[in-house]
Design a protein around this ligand. Structure first.
Ligand SMILES: [Zn+2]
Length: 698
């Protein structure tokens, strides 16, 4: 799992809604939930961008005391004047920028889709993919016919011994049934790429959704069951049959959920690392025909596989033995229809939205089709589209300035490590080695992915999606046994997010985020350090959060801490865990301090080292701009990148599944720990933003 800046990039999310972008990475730390990967955003729409070209003081609410509630001081007016559009589950500064980027993709795709004779191969692919996706009339007219061959394949299965082969086929076309098979760096040998097996196969966002007994959870499961039934009816089943089949699919998913490891445990790299042989895998689940699966998946020869959670393999075995072929067919059919829904006639997309958009996330209206089709093109042909986006938007200048800030912030983290009172010189020396080994990737890949083998047809949207998925599935599998490609990107260039990859030991900033309100060409340093500087600091700190610290400079899961320093770290992390567990987002829904510990550590460390870097950069310059000191502008800029309105439904989902804390607490949760903030705004001890007890790790 790569810790990112925003949103869950965790495995369990990738298959919800639609199952594209299949790279299965256990540990990638992002800045924010990569919501584009999950159903919430897949189904959520937007409205015309409110572009803020400059650092904007009109967002403030000066009637709020910054020492009482800094988030509402920094964002109050923005929150009031930026209600959530009907087609969104949440609306914030990230969404505004994502919407601007989407407008650019829209223009590129509209141009590319004009059937000119002289289009190059890349333009033809993205243009025709988009045009096929946009042609709603033709999609409605074709009905279920394009999916019929796939439905027939499942219907024609003769006995359970054929299930493995069919699952390999479904995986290749992007249907996330039963489990996930991919490749990844060996946790304990980062130079080698091995086969990876992970749990999967659920239609709800996480395992706990199948078991929680509170009223809302029970009601949501009822809605889910009704949704599965309606999708099966749309696929041609009679209501009574569809009802019984939905219940059967639900039982299979519930058994898989029961066999799955919970999200908090999945944050512990040791708990998701079980490297075993193919024979050992077969012994865990003799009822599943692994050889047939691997052959049908066209997996390269391999001896070892990391099975994240062996108990899940046992759950598969029990399921195959216990459940009839007819019931397996029902589950596979439901998952197939679910996965293909975005490219099926209107009743399917509408029903899909009704559950994933409305019931689960609270969104009122489906997004306009062009937004959905732009996002699908980004997900399935991301580096073909991204290349054109970069040509239009990102110059060498942007890259140079960002690199300069990265250097300043890395230097500040070095200073911070050296100054820590609780860490011994031995561990400090190791931490410095790790810091110096971090590599920086800015903007876009040096080598673009080659999609020449993917056939894209203007009249075949489902086929395009299946073929793009097939390309990606095999691209990932073909890495097994090959040298690690350190130039590869896990996010496409227009993405408004960033990530640290502990196994690569690198930080990654797509071009999509290197723009206002994160990065301005013409504002003072305080504003840029508070925004993109904090983002850079956040990603760097991930190398040293409770997960990242377990990997060494070479990206290996290896303990480089003295026992005493590890204990000191854990004590400080426990303070952060407790602090954030106290934040409530809705009745009965609180932040999970354990689930969000890595992200909160990264936020706290990130803001601290970005501020240190700013002060190193501006020296004694204390001149006020717009009435605010450099420190005040730094904190306001930080606060304002997190201005965001969220629907209650989506907040409830995120606190259960997202390793990131909701925005309000990402701001207030940090400033309460910073004497630098309290000094900048002259807060008095005991005020809400200046509590007696503060937490500090880095
Ligand atoms: Zn992060």
């Amino acid at each position: 799992m790569v810790p990112g800046l925003y949103g869950p990039k965790g495995l369990s999310h990738k298959r919800v809604g639609y199952s594209k972008n299949r790279e299965s990475t256990l540990f990638k730390f992002t800045l924010v939930a990569s919501l584009s990967l999950c159903a919430v955003i897949a189904q959520t729409p937007t409205r015309p961008a409110a572009t803020a070209a400059q650092f904007d003081l009109t967002a403030l609410d000066k009637s709020v005391d910054p020492c009482s509630d800094f988030f509402h001081y920094a964002c109050g007016t923005w929150l009031k004047t930026n209600p959530i559009p009907a087609d969104q589950a949440m609306w914030g500064r990230f969404s505004e920028l994502a919407e601007r980027n989407r407008e650019i993709l829209h223009q590129i795709l509209e141009d590319a889709s004009k059937p000119a004779a002289n289009r190059d191969a890349t333009t033809q692919k993205i243009g025709d993919y988009y045009a096929a996706c946009m042609d709603e009339k033709a999609i409605d007219a074709r009905g279920l016919a394009p999916l019929q061959p796939e439905l027939d394949r499942i219907r024609n299965l003769k006995d359970k011994s054929q299930i493995a082969e069919e699952i390999a086929h479904l995986h290749a076309i992007g249907v996330g049934v039963l489990f996930q098979f991919s490749s990844g760096q060996d946790f304990k040998d980062s130079n080698s790429v091995i086969a990876q097996f992970d749990q999967g196969g659920l239609g709800l966002p996480d395992r706990d959704y199948y078991f929680k007994t509170d009223e809302k959870s029970v009601a949501l499961r009822q809605k889910y069951l009704a949704h599965v039934q309606r999708m099966l009816e749309l696929a041609g089943e009679k209501p009574a049959q569809a009802k019984a089949d939905a219940a059967a699919a639900m039982r299979i998913e519930t058994a898989l959920a029961k066999g799955s490891l919970d999200l908090v445990s999945r944050r512990d790299p040791e708990k998701v690392y079980h490297k075993i042989s193919r024979q050992e895998l077969a012994a865990l689940s003799p009822a599943f025909r692994w050889n047939e699966y691997f052959t049908a998946a066209a997996a390269p020869a391999f001896e070892s596989i990391n099975v994240s959670y062996p108990d899940f393999v046992k759950a598969i075995d029990a399921g195959i033995k216990r459940t009839s072929l007819a019931k397996w067919k029902t589950y596979l059919t439901w998952q197939l229809v679910h996965s293909a829904a975005p490219f099926l006639p209107t009743p399917f997309t509408q029903e899909n939205f009704n559950f994933y958009g409305k019931a689960l996330s609270g969104t009122e209206e489906m997004r306009p089709r062009w937004k959905r089709c732009s996002d699908f093109t980004d997900q399935e042909l991301g580096e073909a589209l991204g290349r054109k986006y970069v040509d239009l938007t990102f110059g060498a200048e942007g890259k140079e300035r960002t690199l300069k800030m990265v250097e300043a912030i890395e230097k500040a983290l070095g200073q911070d490590i050296q100054q820590l009172s609780w860490m011994t010189p031995a561990t400090k020396a190791q931490a410095m080695i790790k810091l110096k080994a971090i590599t920086n990737k800015i903007g876009y890949p040096d080598h673009w992915r080659d999609y020449s083998s993917v056939v894209i047809r203007r009249d075949d949207p489902i086929g395009n999606s299946f073929r793009a998925s097939d390309f990606e599935f095999h691209r990932v599998l073909n890495k097994i046994g090959k040298p690690v490609d350190r130039e590869e990107w896990e996010m496409t260039p227009p993405t408004v997010n960033a990530y640290y990859d502990p196994q690569m030991n690198n930080i990654n900033f797509p071009a999509g985020i290197l723009q206002p309100p994160f990065f301005y060409k013409n504002v003072d340093d305080a504003v840029n350090f508070g925004a993109i500087g904090m983002v850079i600091g956040h990603e760097l700190t991930h190398g040293f959060d409770d997960q990242g610290r377990q990997f060494d400079a070479q990206g290996n899961l290896k303990d480089w801490w003295t026992p005493k320093d590890a204990e000191e770290f854990q004590q400080r992390a426990a303070c952060v865990e407790k602090e954030y567990s106290g934040f409530s987002v809705a009745p009965g829904a609180s932040v999970n301090g354990k689930l969000t510990l890595g992200e909160n550590t990264a936020d706290n460390g990130g803001v601290r080292i970005a501020l240190m870097a700013l002060l190193n950069t501006i020296g004694n310059d204390t001149a006020k701009i717009d009435g605010y000191t450099p420190e005040q502008r730094f904190f306001l800029s930080f606060g304002q990148i997190w201005c965001e309105n969220d629907r209650e439904e989506v907040l409830r989902m995120l606190v259960q599944t997202d390793p990131h804390t909701p925005p309000q607490f990402r701001v207030n949760g940090v400033v309460v720990n910073m004497p630098e903030f309290q000094k900048a705004f002259a807060c008095q001890p005991g005020q809400p933003m200046a509590p007696e007890h503060a937490c500090r790790v880095w």
